[in-house]
Design a protein around this ligand. Sequence first.
Ligand SMILES: Cc1cc2nc3c(=O)[nH]c(=O)nc-3n(C[C@H](O)[C@H](O)[C@H](O)COP(=O)(O)OP(=O)(O)OC[C@H]3O[C@@H](n4cnc5c(N)ncnc54)[C@H](O)[C@@H]3O)c2cc1C
Length: 365
Amino acid sequence: MVKKEIHIIGAGCAGLSLAKYLSIDSKTNTYKINFYGRKSNAFATPNYWSFWGDQVNLFVEQSIKKKWYEWEIISEESVVTHKTKNSPYCTINSREWLALCGFEKLVISPNIPEPGPLVFDSRNPRASSGGLTQEFVGQTIEVKKPLFNPKSVTLMDFRCDQRQGPHFIYILPFSSTSALIESTRISEFLCPSKYYKEAIKKYLTERLKCIEYRIIAEEYGKIPMGHVVKHDSNYLGIGSNGNCLRKSSGYAFNSIQHQTQQIAAQISAGQTITRQRQIPFAFSRLETILDSIFLMALKRQPHKAPEFFIKISKRLTGDEFASFMSGKTRLNILLKIICALPKIPFLKAGFQTIQAKLYHGTDID
Ligand SMILES: Cc1cc2nc3c(=O)[nH]c(=O)nc-3n(C[C@H](O)[C@H](O)[C@H](O)COP(=O)(O)OP(=O)(O)OC[C@H]3O[C@@H](n4cnc5c(N)ncnc54)[C@H](O)[C@@H]3O)c2cc1C
């Protein structure tokens, strides 16, 4: 039997997930999958990819390293605690995920094929000029005495230096003595990694009163927020190159899974994919517009970031917050968010977003 050839450029989260879903779908091994470009760095330096896992498939479920049913958002003035029964915050190890996809010994050709049907491009998109970037350094640390609450994730703790733009500490506690702790900034300009490492150290020593700790691993990330430019507009973009990056948060794992699973189903149903329009879009139009306005407001008033995030989280339940973060914002959640946000700055940001679209062609999706 002649196998159907599928070409995937880039072997990272989206490329390998698509290959995996195609191989699950194809009980009779009907596809020949060819990889091009480069292997993801996440093979060599594992990252933790986290997401809200209310409706994950069995394959993702098997890869989850830990689930949490509680998370906190903290500012100098407030602490918001969310609890959930249905939408736990989950994390997986990127290297374990890529290995589970089953293509660890994959052969990759450096010669990129011509664009065409069934040629999928997962090379990373570019940030649009003047856009915000989420930059972070994470350290997996171990301590001797119990320090962390293993049942609760600190999603954002803004009690750290805010002079270089919105900045928060994120803590993913694997146990009471081990956690991933990240220092994250949202800004138009980047900072040296020393800045983030010092912020983590300061948080540990001054906030958590922890002097002795061992750094087991380190990760660095730079994720464009807002509008991104496709790596090459001639190709069928998938993953972060196919609009899977959530503009306002930088989360992408969940939407990549939904998108690649659907593409695999389309192919196995005999569809020929020739246009970007046929690639499932991860977020609703309303979510995308809200995200654009939110980012514009952050850009205009970066010092108000803690207030904006606290106001949104106070208004939502844990499940609603998880839906919003996962790109499943229903109208009632959207209305709650709009009501939670301060009207004048957001009206101004909305006006400026429309102006940018009309006069400068800056896309809002
Ligand atoms: C450190 C870090 C932590 C993250 N944590 C989370 C998280 O917790 N939750 C979440 O939802 N998202 C997270 N993300 C965002 C997102 O989920 C990941 O970036 C994810 O890897 C995106 O998948 P992708 O396939 O689109 O891109 P990638 O996994 O980056 O794959 C792109 C592939 O294209 C190749 N490539 C790129 N450029 C070229 C080129 N010019 N020529 C040839 N090949 C090329 C790369 O080598 C790679 O193989 C994180 C990102 C980073 C960097």
